[in-house]
Design a protein around this ligand. Structure first.
Ligand code: ADP
Ligand code: MG
Length: 595
C-alpha cells in the first residue's frame, strides 16, 4: 500500500459531500454569494426541483476574469485574509469552499461581469474548466448549475421526491427573505412563479408574502436593544399557532441559524399562553458584534455558538414577555374580512371604578387566598377583601387593567360561560379557564415566596420507591432538605416524611412529593422553577370551579375582577383562551344589518 495525494478534483468531490447535501444547499450557497456581492435583486430559476437545473442571477459586484477562475479552486475566497478575520466575519461566506464543491458535482456555467468591461463566461464539468468565452457586460453574475450529482450516483439516490426537495428550497427562500427584506427575491420552478418578495425592506410585508396576510395581521412587532444585542422582528399572538417549531426563524447577523437555546427561550416566553404541542410563528433578526458569535462550528453554518448565550436568551425571553404584558390578546371570532380593532387597550375606564369608586387605584394584593380558592359560595358572595401592600411584587395593575376592557356581565350560558358586554360588543368568558388562570398565578406566587415554613404531620407519610428513585433521593438528600423535605430512610427503599412545607396543599402532598422525585430523575437536578410551575398548574386545575356551575352577577363580576389582576389574563395555564370577543361590527355583519 502506498500513500498518495488525492487529485484535486477528487478531493473537491469528497469535500462537496459535506456542504452540498441536496439542491437546497446549492441554492443557499449561491444566494449567499449573491448577497455577499451586494446584490439588491436575486432571481432563482429551477428545473425539476433543482436537480436538473439551478440558475441564480444577481445584480451584485461581479468578478474579473482572473478572479472568476480562481473562485472555483478550493479555499479561494475574497472574504477573509488573516487569522483574526475569522473572528470578525461580516459576510455569509468565508470558507472558500462552495463554488469548488458545487462545481465538483455538477456541470456548471458562470457568466459574470463587473459592469465596466466585457464579461467572463466559464464552463466547468466535474470541477474542470472546459470552456472560456466572453459574455456581455451586464453588471452581476449568473450561475447555472446543471445535472447536480451527475457524477455522484450514491448521493443522487438519496434525493427524496421532487416535492420534498422543493420544500427544502422554499423553506430556505423564506428564511433568506426574512433576513434580507431589502433584497428582491424571485423564484421560478419549471417556468412558473414559486416565490416572490418585493425588496421593500419591510419585514412584515415579507411575512405577509411568505405566510399570507391573515398571519401577518396577527403578528406583533418586537424590538430590543442592549449593549451587546440588537433584536427586532415579529412574534405571533398566542391565538395564532402551528404544530411545529419550524415556523420559528432566528436570524443572527443576517444568517438563519438553528439554535436550541434560542428556541427554548421563545417557548418559555409563550409558556401557558399556547396549547400543548403548539408553537408560535416568529421571525427575529438579531445583530451583534461578530466576535460574540462563532459561525465556524458547522460546514453549512446552520449552527453557531454564542459567547454570551445566557444573556441573549434572557433578553429574548424578557422582550417577548413584556410585549405580551402590553397587549390585549382577546381573540375575535373568526370572521374573515371583519375589520380589526387592534387598539382595544385604548379602552381606559377600569373595572375597579365599576365595582366601587371607594377603592383607590393603588396597587393591591390579596392578603388571603382569593375567595374562589376555597370554592365555597359564601366566600364568593362577600366583597373581595383587598389590602394595599407596599411591596406588592410590582403587579402593575393599572397597566394590566387596560388590557381587559371594562365589561359588564349580562348572564351565563350553560353554567359555563359568562356573557358580558360593553359598547364594543359581546364577550364570552370561559369561567373554568379564567379561574384556572387566577389560581395558577396565585399558587405560583405563593410557591415562590421565600418562606420555608414547615408543617409537622400528625401522621407521618411512608413512601416506597424503586431502587433507581431511592438512589436519586440519596444523591439529592441535601437539596431536598433545602426545599423543606427530609427523607428519613427506613430501609428497603422505604422513606418516612414527617413534615413538609406549609404551602403543600392538604391532600396533595403525596402527589407533589412524587412529582418532585420524578422531576429530579428527569433533570438530574432540583429545578425549583419548574416544580413551582407544575405544582401550581396541578393545584389550579384541581381546585377550580368546573363547568355547570351557576354564578350570580356578583360572582361573575368578582371573577372578572380577579382575572384582570393576573399577569396573563388571556389564556388558561394550558394555553386555552379565556375570553372571546364578538365585536358589534361582527354581530351586525352576522345579522346582515350591514353588508
Ligand atoms: P466564499 O463565499 O466562502 O468566499 P465561495 O466558493 O462561495 O467562497 O466563493 C468564492 C469567491 O467567489 C467569493 O469569495 C467571491 O469573491 C466570489 N464570488 C462567488 N459568487 C459570487 C457572486 N455571485 N458575485 C460576485 N462574486 C462572487
Ligand atoms: Mg460562498
Amino acid at each position: 500500500m502506498q500513500i498518495h495525494r488525492l487529485p484535486s478534483h477528487l478531493a473537491n468531490k469528497i469535500a462537496a459531500g459535506e456542504v452540498i447535501e441536496r439542491p437546497a444547499s446549492v441554492v443557499k450557497e449561491l444566494i449567499e454569494n449573491s448577497i455577499d456581492a451586494g446584490s439588491t435583486s436575486i432571481t432563482i430559476e429551477l428545473k425539476e426541483a433543482g436537480l436538473k437545473q439551478i440558475k441564480v442571477t444577481d445584480n451584485g459586484a461581479g468578478m474579473s476574469e482572473d478572479d472568476c477562475e480562481l473562485a472555483f479552486s478550493r479555499h479561494a475566497t475574497s472574504k477573509i485574509k488573516r487569522d483574526r478575520d475569522l473572528f470578525h466575519i461580516k459576510t455569509l461566506g468565508f470558507r472558500g469552499e462552495a463554488l469548488a464543491s458545487i462545481a465538483a458535482v455538477s456541470k456548471l456555467t458562470i457568466k459574470t461581469s463587473r459592469g465596466n468591461e466585457a464579461g467572463t463566461c466559464l464552463t466547468l464539468e466535474g470541477g474542470k474548466i472546459i470552456g472560456r468565452t466572453k459574455s456581455d457586460a451586464r453588471r452581476g453574475t449568473e450561475m447555472t448549475v446543471n445535472e447536480l450529482f451527475y457524477n455522484t450516483p450514491a448521493r443522487l439516490k438519496y434525493m427524496k421526491t421532487l416535492n420534498t426537495e422543493l420544500g427544502h428550497i422554499t423553506d430556505l427562500l423564506n428564511r433568506m427573505s426574512f433576513a434580507y427584506p431589502n433584497i428582491r427575491f424571485q423564484a421560478y420552478h419549471n417556468g412558473r412563479s414559486l416565490f416572490k418578495t418585493s425588496g421593500s425592506g419591510d419585514m412584515l410585508q415579507v411575512i405577509a408574502q411568505v405566510y399570507g396576510m391573515s398571519v401577518a395581521k396577527k403578528m406583533l412587532h418586537v424590538h430590543k436593544e442592549t449593549l451587546d444585542f440588537h433584536i427586532s422582528g415579529y412574534i405571533s399572538k398566542p391565538e395564532l399557532t402551528r404544530s411545529s417549531k419550524s415556523y420559528i426563524s432566528t436570524l443572527v447577523n443576517g444568517r438563519y441559524v438553528r439554535s436550541t437555546p434560542l428556541t427554548q427561550a421563545i417557548m418559555r416566553a409563550y409558556h401557558t399562553l399556547l396549547p400543548v404541542h403548539r408553537a408560535p410563528i416568529i421571525v427575529l433578526a438579531i445583530t451583534m458584534d461578530p466576535i460574540l458569535v462563532d459561525v465556524n462550528v458547522h460546514p453549512t453554518k446552520l449552527e453557531v455558538r454564542f459567547s454570551k448565550e445566557k444573556e441573549l436568551v434572557k433578553v429574548i425571553e424578557d422582550m417577548i414577555q413584556s410585549r405580551f404584558q402590553q397587549t390585549t390578546l382577546i381573540p375575535k371570532i373568526d370572521q374573515t374580512k371583519v375589520k380589526k380593532n387592534e387598539q382595544a387597550h385604548q379602552q381606559t375606564m377600569s373595572f375597579n371604578q365599576f365595582i366601587g369608586d371607594h377603592e383607590s387605584k393603588k396597587e393591591r394584593i390579596y392578603e388571603k387566598e382569593p375567595a374562589f380558592i376555597n370554592n365555597t359560595k359564601t366566600d364568593i358572595k362577600q366583597k373581595p377583601k383587598l389590602v394595599t401592600n407596599e411591596h406588592s411584587n410590582q403587579l402593575r395593575n393599572d397597566e394590566r387593567d387596560k388590557r381587559i376592557p371594562d365589561i359588564y356581565p349580562i348572564g351565563q350560558l350553560h353554567g359555563t360561560y359568562i356573557l358580558a358586554q360593553n359598547e364594543k360588543g359581546l364577550y364570552m368568558i370561559d369561567q373554568h379557564a379564567a379561574q384556572e388562570r387566577i389560581k395558577y398565578e396565585y399558587y405560583k406566587q405563593k410557591l415562590g415566596e421565600p418562606k420555608k415554613d414547615i408543617q409537622t404531620l400528625l401522621m407521618p407519610m411512608t413512601f416506597e420507591f424503586s431502587k433507581r428513585e431511592a438512589l436519586f433521593i440519596e444523591q439529592f438528600k441535601d437539596e431536598l432538605k433545602e426545599v423543606g423535605l427530609y427523607f428519613e430512610s427506613f430501609g428497603h427503599q422505604t422513606y418516612i416524611i414527617r413534615s413538609h412545607p406549609t404551602w403543600f396543599p392538604k391532600g396533595s402532598a403525596e402527589e407533589i412529593i412524587r412529582e418532585i422525585i420524578e422531576q429530579i430523575i428527569r433533570d438530574e437536578a432540583i429545578n425549583i422553577e419548574y416544580l413551582r410551575d407544575e405544582v401550581a398548574m396541578l393545584l389550579a386545575c384541581k381546585r377550580s370551579i368546573k363547568a355547570n356551575e351557576y354564578l350570580n352577577e356578583h360572582e361573575m363580576m368578582h371573577l372578572i375582577h380577579e382575572l384582570r389582576r393576573t399577569k396573563d389574563p388571556f389564556t388558561c395555564p394550558h394555553g386555552r383562551p379565556i375570553l372571546i370577543h364578538f365585536s358589534s361590527y361582527d354581530l351586525e355583519k352576522m345579522f346582515k344589518r350591514i353588508m
